[in-house]
Design a protein around this ligand. Structure first.
Ligand code: KIV
Ligand code: ZN
Length: 510
């Protein structure tokens, strides 16, 4: 058992996070995210579910191969095939780990598994023994712990420990528990199970009642020494405990929560940006720690207090989580060197070609916009990274809009390296743009969400557009920014469409 107060942080953004509808990530995006997570000190990266698809298997294997210090974990159901596949994917890591699970709650056993208690108990022993023969580091989860019958839960955990589990993870799968209850569950389990001090206890809390972070902290206060969490709280339904919130709660409230982690908190903001860019899920403005407004002070009384002393209204410094103090960037006369430094300070690690391309885009933007702020640069680079290697790319757009119809869009795209252009009408300019794209790339996706935000203030601000497409049971979200709202809309639609097509092909292949 870990006796130190250090908490093992396991990030499951690429597994539980990717399970959230529309949040798919490509192979290269997963590699880049794994590099960032390892660089920021995440102890364990749950990199995927290798048996789910060939793509998942390839991503987990490659992340394992590239890993240095972090433990690389894969998830498996309790079947022989899943566990073998998972073992084959993680074995390349310096520190491989397998995580298997089976439901222990009456409702799941009856309706989902259609298995009786004895069969579940037997599966626990069999699956844990199989996995332990493949790797020395092994996590077992009784799915739906918080709605399981206590005595049966203890029996299953006891069987897992006897068969060789090294960590026991207690999922609040439905996000049903509350802090006092979840903390009590961890404490009671540790007290009731004979060899409980031979394993590490872990939390895995979903956010359906908005209590995931509070529940995770209660678990730690009652003896858990590992927290499973995700960047931006991404995950099934309402998501998981947000890594940045758990880590900063320990960091800021060390006086009352004497627990630490190895996380370099100055990388939290870049991690949040990267996950938002990759998934196309915008970060809520008032999201704790990484939201756009997390350090903004609007009311006169607050601003006055802040001017007198920042401690009046800020319990942590923006720099502590990687938000730079000065947000006004260079103008069009700024040089390439300063530009590169700025990108680095914003958490981007780009190769020379990518910096050159970003610099060109920055110069174009600076020609159109008086002040280029950090948020503009972030939007610009995110856009460039999202479009890299995509099948369908934007070339140009001309739109006729206004109160006298018809509104038309004349768009040019490249699809699989071939140039295409078309002119199309619509019920308004956005409709015309989307119709034109669909005329070039026919598809089944229906528009599920269309959202526009200004990246900064001012009438010359860039528009950040989010588009979600839904079709054939798949969802994909795209984002893009441009000073022209309609260009941003076209690019966001294309981004979502690329993801939708990639997911469709991945599903076909699986
Ligand atoms: O929420 C859950 O129960 C899970 C398990 C697979 C650990 O994600
Ligand atoms: Zn989960």
């Amino acid at each position: 058992m870990s006796t130190s107060s250090d908490i093992i942080i396991i990030d499951t953004t690429m597994r539980d996070g990717e399970q959230s509808p529309g949040a798919s990530m490509t192979h290269n995006e997963k590699l880049a995210l794994a590099d960032l997570l390892e660089g920021m000190g995440v102890d364990v990266i749950e990199a995927g579910f290798p048996a789910a698809s060939a793509g998942d298997f390839a991503a987990v294997s490659e992340i394992a191969r590239r890993s240095k210090e972090a433990v690389i974990c894969g998830l498996a159901r309790s079947t022989e095939g899943d566990i073998d596949r998972c073992g084959a994917a993680v074995r390349h890591a310096a520190r491989p780990r397998i995580h298997t699970f089976i439901s222990t709650s009456p409702v799941h056993m009856k309706h989902k598994l259609k298995m009786g208690a004895n069969a579940v108990l037997e599966a626990v022993g069999r699956s844990v023994s199989q996995a332990r023969n493949l790797v020395p580091d092994f996590v077992w989860s009784p799915e739906e712990s918080s709605r399981s019958e206590f005595v049966f839960l203890c029996k299953c955990i006891d069987a897992a420990i006897t068969s060789g589990a090294t960590t026991i993870n207690i999922p609040d799968t439905g996000g049903f528990s509350h802090p006092e209850e979840y903390g009590r569950l961890i404490r009671r389990l540790r007290e009731a199970i004979p060899d409980s001090d031979k394993v590490i206890w872990s939390t895995h809390c979903h956010n359906d009642l908005g209590l995931a972070v509070a529940n995770s902290i209660a678990g730690v206060q009652n003896g858990a020494r590992q927290v499973e969490c995700t960047i931006n709280g991404l995950g099934e339904r309402a998501g998981n405990a947000a890594l940045e919130e758990v880590v900063m709660a320990f960091n800021v409230r060390g006086d009352d929560l004497p627990f630490g982690s190895r996380i370099d908190t100055t990388k939290l903001s870049s991690a949040s940006h990267m996950v938002s860019r990759i998934t196309g899920f915008p970060v809520q403005f008032n999201k704790a720690i990484v939201g756009k407004n997390a350090f903004a002070h609007e009311s006169g009384i607050h601003q006055d207090g802040m001017l007198k002393n920042a401690e009046t209204y800020e319990i942590m410094k923006p720099e502590d989580v990687g938000v730079s103090k000065t947000s006004l960037v260079m103008g069009k006369h700024s040089g390439r060197h300063a530009f590169r430094d700025k990108l680095e300070s914003l958490g981007y690690d780009l190769d020379q070609d990518a910096v050159n391309e970003a610099f060109k885009r920055f110069k174009d933007l600076a020609d159109r916009k008086k002040h280029v702020f950090d948020d503009d640069l972030i939007a610009l680079v995110d856009d460039q990274l999202s479009a890299m290697g995509e099948r369908i790319t934007f070339e140009s757009l001309r739109v006729v809009a206004g109160s006298v119809g018809p509104q038309t869009a004349d768009i040019a795209l490249t699809v699989d390296d071939e140039h295409h252009s078309v002119e199309h009408e619509g019920k308004g300019p956005v409709d015309a743009v989307f119709n034109a794209i669909k005329a070039i790339v026919p598809h089944q996706g229906k528009l599920d969400l269309y959202q526009v935000h200004a990246v900064t203030g001012g009438t010359d601000a860039q528009a950040k557009v989010t588009v979600r497409l839904k079709g054939e049971g798949i969802m994909a979200t795209g984002q893009s920014s441009d000073p022209d709202t309609l260009v941003a809309s076209a690019k966001a639609y294309i981004h979502a469409l690329n993801k939708l097509e990639a997911r469709r092909l991945k599903r076909l292949a699986a």
